[in-house]
Design a protein around this ligand. Structure first.
Ligand SMILES: NC(=O)c1ccc[n+]([C@@H]2O[C@H](COP(=O)([O-])OP(=O)(O)OC[C@H]3O[C@@H](n4cnc5c(N)ncnc54)[C@H](O)[C@@H]3O)[C@@H](O)[C@H]2O)c1
Length: 419
């Protein structure tokens, strides 16, 4: 059966998108190169936080299927590409997954098909990378034979207020007609669409959104570093400043910036700017500051361990919350990793508590997991609150018998040292 929609890449973006499309009544299938992802979904198991197994079951009942077979693309009306856009080992944009997906689509492209890229990338990706691969591989022309569009994804894992349906979505096309087809497609399950002038504007808008967060995180991180040097309580500063009802968007410092979007996307902007001879100075400064934070946490923890135990060697450190985001089961690029590595290198005995993560490996060493929070805190010399999961209630943390280094400004009590 020909599909209304085939989603390419069934990860944190592709699976929720498939769920939204299935709910709207679209005959939807997913194509992924990972046999593990596909067999898990076929067995009703979700690998994406925020999508429940029960929801996968509902999708399967409604006809959704996941496959590693590109034949599923045959006859599809719309194809949406949601593959990863990470970095090469040199820290440059890695578009290999987009290119791979483009070749698979090109081989099955048919006149009238709508192809949309949702992956985050630098301006020009749709026109200069995706379009030539699709056209050369199919012999068809975008804007004439098939429709090509870019629409960045704004999904916010763990956000219970804003979903795919009620978050305004930017849509753009390689021609006015391409954009019109993309608008018609998304309007079936997104309430409010924002038409960008062209694909480059839409691509850049996504980079601006995430870079805005990154730069502001760097600003408050540096504010925390300076306040520490000068004996000023940064959390009180932030509390006071955030009472301004206009012209101030609150951001909070932390042990570093994680995830596959916020620390990665600004690098796409930096690289694109550099390739065009433009030095994006704000970003260079932000990278430098954000990169300092895990070391700052390690230094603060080692000082605390020395105070409590005389020396860090053999001291017991408990990491509380190792995911990159609160109440989300995702450790990609988590700052807990460099923090744990720094503490282990200093000879500390590190364990962690996190209800969302069953295993944590650092430098090939498996970090022991504590099951019982209160017991683990009673046994530790120092606990470090790295992530503000809901289970870390302020009062419980404040009553801890061990010293607590709070990198999130959550806890109160005589044992608490703030970042
Ligand atoms: N995760 C988020 O919150 C978020 C939010 C907005 C935008 N984005 C962007 O969306 C894109 C996808 O991110 P994600 O978090 O869903 O990634 P992910 O790693 O969770 O999932 C990507 C999926 O694509 C599959 N894949 C990889 N190469 C493929 C190929 N050539 N063909 C088919 N499938 C392939 C992988 O097996 C994986 O299942 C990225 O560009 C990301 O920056 C992510």
């Amino acid at each position: 059966m020909a599909m209304d929609l085939v989603v390419i890449g069934l990860g944190h973006v592709g699976l929720p998108l498939s769920r939204a499309a299935v709910s709207a009544g679209l005959a939807t299938a997913g194509y992924d190169v990972s046999g593990r992802v596909v067999s898990g979904l076929a067995a009703g198991r979700s690998h994406v936080g925020g999508v429940l197994d029960a929801e996968v079951a509902v999708m399967l009942d409604a006809g959704f299927r996941a496959t590693t077979d590109p034949a599923v693309l045959d006859g599809a009306q719309t194809v949406v590409i949601c593959v990863p856009t990470g970095l090469t080992p040199e820290g440059l944009p890695d578009l290999s997954a987009v290119e791979g997906a483009a070749r698979v689509v090109a081989a099955r492209l048919r006149p009238g098909m709508l192809v949309v890229l949702e992956s985050t990338s630098y301006p020009g990706t749709t026109e200069d990378v995706l379009r030539p691969l699709l056209e050369h591989g199919s012999g068809l022309r975008a804007g004439e034979d098939f429709h090509l569009a870019y629409s960045p994804q704004r999904i916010d894992p763990g956000n219970e207020t804003w979903s795919i349906g009620n978050t305004p979505k930017i849509v753009s096309g390689c021609s006015a007609l391409c954009a019109k087809y993309a608008v018609a497609f998304y309007s079936r399950f997104v309430d409010h669409l924002v038409l960008a002038r062209g694909t480059r504007e839409a691509e850049m808008a996504k980079l601006l959104e995430n870079t805005y967060r990154y730069v502001n995180m760097a600003l408050v991180d540096e504010m925390a570093l300076f306040c520490h040097e000068t004996g000023i309580d940064v959390w009180d500063v932030l509390h006071c400043a955030a009472t301004k009802p206009f012209g101030f968007a609150p951001f909070r410092p932390g042990p570093g910036v994680g995830g596959h979007c916020i620390p990665v996307d600004p690098r796409y902007l930096t690289a694109r700017a550099a390739s065009q001879g433009f030095a994006f100075r704000t970003l260079a400064a932000a990278h430098e500051v954000v990169g300092r934070m895990p070391n700052h946490v390690v230094d603060r923890a080692l000082a605390l361990l020395t105070e409590v135990r005389g020396r860090p060697e053999g001291a017991r450190v408990l990491l509380l919350g190792i995911t990159y985001k609160a109440d989300v089961a995702d450790v990609r690029e988590t700052p807990a990793h460099p923090v744990a590595a720094g503490l282990l290198a200093a000879g500390a005995e590190v364990s962690y508590h996190d209800p969302y993560i069953a295993e944590f490996t650092v430098g090939g060493r498996s970090v022991p997991r504590a099951e019982n929070l209160q017991e683990a805190m009673a046994q530790a010399d120092v606990a470090i609150l790295l992530q503000e999961h809901a289970c870390y209630a302020r009062e419980a943390l404040g009553q801890a018998r061990c010293a607590l280094l709070d990198t999130r400004g959550q806890a109160v009590g005589s044992q608490v040292t703030l970042l």
